[in-house]
Design a protein around this ligand. Structure first.
Ligand SMILES: [Ca+2]
Length: 81
């Protein structure tokens, strides 16, 4: 698995701070790259639902911090993705 942070960095093209937050389209792109899947394969997965659950402050954008926090829960196996 590629490093998620590196993928995000590429996707956001060096945007900093709040500007580096991912919108839904970027989030989908990051996710598919990270999992090494094409977007079509991810159609079975409700990424919008995941996006909402990652976006804990409901800002409509996902920050790296939010994503990392969500992933730590996911990696503990409490999220069946
Ligand atoms: Ca957010």
């Amino acid at each position: 698995m590629k490093k998620l942070q590196n993928i995000i960095k590429k996707e956001t093209k060096g945007r900093k701070g709040k500007d580096a937050d991912l919108d839904l389209a970027e989030f989908k792109a990051v996710f598919s790259k990270w999992l090494g899947k094409r977007n079509e394969d991810l159609d079975k997965v409700d990424l919008e639902e995941i996006f909402k659950s990652v976006d804990t402050d409901n800002s409509g954008r996902v920050s790296v911090k939010e994503l990392v926090a969500w992933l730590s829960i996911y990696q503990k196996g409490t999220c069946n993705f």
